[in-house]
Write a protein that binds this ligand. Structure first.
Ligand code: MEV
Length: 314
């Protein structure tokens, strides 16, 4: 029996554009998914027979990383599904990690690659941002070129992404979770259609790529004011490529008086937004007053790790 846990993530800059090969900056957050793998008479999940259509990520993870005798996989999650906080990446990474550890050790680069292949297969189109953040933890910078603090490279057909470690300064973020479930696959497909038909959408994707690079610089200097401005601009651009939601706009507006900046995070279409602030309790109160769920998160936490049997440590 092997137990692994992996963190969720927030994308600070670059969601959607990263699928087109632009850079992204993402941080691991202190909400985790824990998966335990143990021998069984049939393939099962949380004690129930595994069904491909109900357990899409877990069954794709089995195809990618197992191929052995039947196992049962028990999962427990602190991350709401469809929240934009990386629940599918964390379930995939923790399962792939537990399966690989069952047969040897934890090899982050292999876990990141296999987990990316799982997400790409289930979603139809993906970048390795979420799965590499969940694997490495802390912060990552995804970029088309290899730069300092290189971790690994992930290729898929003609697309390739270089993954780098990012030092995360002490920053306070509050998540506003709309409780509106949004599936990543259709949102990513919608952006692809738009980019294929609209030069404006292409310009938005290009500008998001520039914002990420400016954001990396602001992060290195702990420049919260600049980070906030860039978050606001990134949010507007995400709306322009049609992955926003009125509820996300309402939350962003409600947080602005107490924040350096705010934006949707992840695939959009519902899910969550994030605000950068020095006053997390005021932001949390503002989010609550709109009827959404505030989550004050720690960022830059540990990536995939082995757990003692049956324990979940934060
Ligand atoms: C989803 O968390 C992030 C997207 O950029 C998709 C991806 O990178 O695979 C929307």
């Amino acid at each position: 029996m092997v137990t692994c846990s992996a963190p969720g993530k927030m994308i600070l800059f670059g969601e959607h554009a990263v699928v087109f090969g632009k850079p992204a900056l993402a941080l691991a957050i202190n909400l985790r998914i824990t998966s335990t793998v143990k021998g069984a008479n049939q393939y099962s999940v949380n004690g129930h027979p595994m069904k491909k259509r109900h357990h899409m990520y877990i069954s794709a993870a089995l195809d990618e990383a197992w191929g052995g005798p039947p196992i049962n996989i028990d999962t427990s999650s602190e991350i709401p599904s469809g929240s934009g906080l990386g629940s599918s990446a964390a379930v995939t990474v923790s399962c792939v990690g537990a399966m690989m550890a069952h047969r040897g050790g934890l090899e982050p680069e292999k876990i990141a690659l296999k987990s990316f292949l799982v997400e790409n297969k289930v979603q139809g189109r993906a970048s390795p941002t979420d799965t590499s953040t969940s694997t490495h933890g802390q912060g990552i910078i995804v970029s088309p070129e290899k730069v300092d603090n290189f971790l690994w490279r992930i290729e898929n057909g003609q697309r390739c992404w270089n993954i780098h470690h990012c030092e995360v300064p002490r920053l306070h973020f509050v998540v506003g979770y709309t409780r509106i479930h949004a599936s990543t696959g259709p949102l990513v497909a919608g952006v692809k259609r738009l980019v294929d038909s609209s030069p404006e959408a292409v310009r938005a994707i290009d500008r998001i790529g520039e914002i990420v690079l400016e954001g990396v610089d602001a992060m290195a200097h702990s420049d919260k004011k600049r980070l906030g401005e860039l978050m606001d601009e990134n949010h507007t651009l995400l709306n322009s490529i049609q992955v926003g939601h009125p509820e996300l706009d309402r939350l962003v507006e409600a947080c602005r008086p107490f924040s350096y900046g705010a934006k949707l995070t992840g695939a959009g279409g519902g899910g969550s937004m994030i605000a950068l602030t020095d006053n997390p309790s005021a932001v949390a109160k503002a989010i609550k007053e709109t009827g959404s769920e505030p989550i004050i998160v720690d960022v830059g936490v540990e990536g995939v790790r082995l757990e003692d049997e049956g324990t979940t440590r934060k």
